[in-house]
Design a protein around this ligand. Sequence first.
Ligand SMILES: Nc1ncnc2c1ncn2[C@@H]1O[C@H](COP(=O)(O)OP(=O)(O)OP(=O)(O)O)[C@@H](O)[C@H]1O
Length: 329
Amino acid sequence: MINPIIQLENITKKYDEQLAVNHLSLSIEKGEIFGLLGPNGAGKTTTILMMLGLSEPTSGSISVCGWNPTRNPLDVKKEVGYLPDDVGFYQHMTGWQNLIYTAQLNGIPKEEAEKRANDLLQKVNLVDAADKKTGKYSRGMRQRLGLADVLMKNPSVIILDEPTLGIDPEGVRDFLNLIRQLNEEEALTVLLSSHQLHQVQQICDRVGIFVKGELLASGNTESLGKQLFLTAPFVIKVIANPANETLIEKLKDIPQVHRIEKVDNVLELYCEEDVAAEISKVIVESGSALYEIQKKDFGLDEIYHRYFEGGEKDEHRHDKKETNVGNEK
Ligand SMILES: Nc1ncnc2c1ncn2[C@@H]1O[C@H](COP(=O)(O)OP(=O)(O)OP(=O)(O)O)[C@@H](O)[C@H]1O
């Protein structure tokens, strides 16, 4: 990594005997949007608190904007805006007043604070609600105000813990677009945690899959599939007629094909490489008609099912050959 702004090296965090984070190493580059993704209890919040200097790692080292958060929490606080999952405002104060109050706490001069509050309220689309008490804001409005609030001190990094929780689908889309826009316009580095892989992966440059305190894989979604499903990262879906045992036996002879699943005339071939051309050739040469062949977007659906719907297995680093029914090689 050329220019890491956040770097965790071999971080472990234990709460008494409970291991919350296990030998985590992670680098986040300046200007990227990184998604720390994993089911509840994976250790996401604990990791964030350690980056902010609000919790001390049991072992390992952390650098955020060049600072050690345990030793220099105030220097980290100046550079990093943090939006917790349960953002709270002074409910009797308006959105505008809350922002100005945050500016005062951060020692921002009045004139600059007012200008910044105006700009940010516009950016997060809350100009019309600026004079409304935050006690009357919806969850989505509070999240948008929260974003404006963390940006008041002009941070170089923002960390958002479960930022889409409790927002309706349209609100989620708007909120994520806003994060992307701010990342581009303000050259912000964004770290967000979520257990909603499908929701947030669209705006993340890279994601890390975090399960039971361990980072199982990180990268863009294609590379995640390859890392997590080592033996057969490609799934090729084929509709052929007849899709009988003779054809299946011939397809199994392709060395890169690990396993085949069949439902009616649809075959799904789990392969270690993209051998779609070879598969088409075998089907046509065997005399079957080939109606459709396509590469399935395997990584995300499978990752989602296995890691985010509670289906994760101890054998997570291997492909699930053993769970297949029917046409195992
Ligand atoms: N203060 C604490 N004392 C003891 N155990 C804790 C503490 N905070 C977290 N844990 C445990 O550490 C593990 C990781 O929790 P953490 O809150 O970091 O996960 P998470 O991925 O943020 O989950 P969620 O999405 O539910 O917030 C869990 O098993 C949790 O019970």
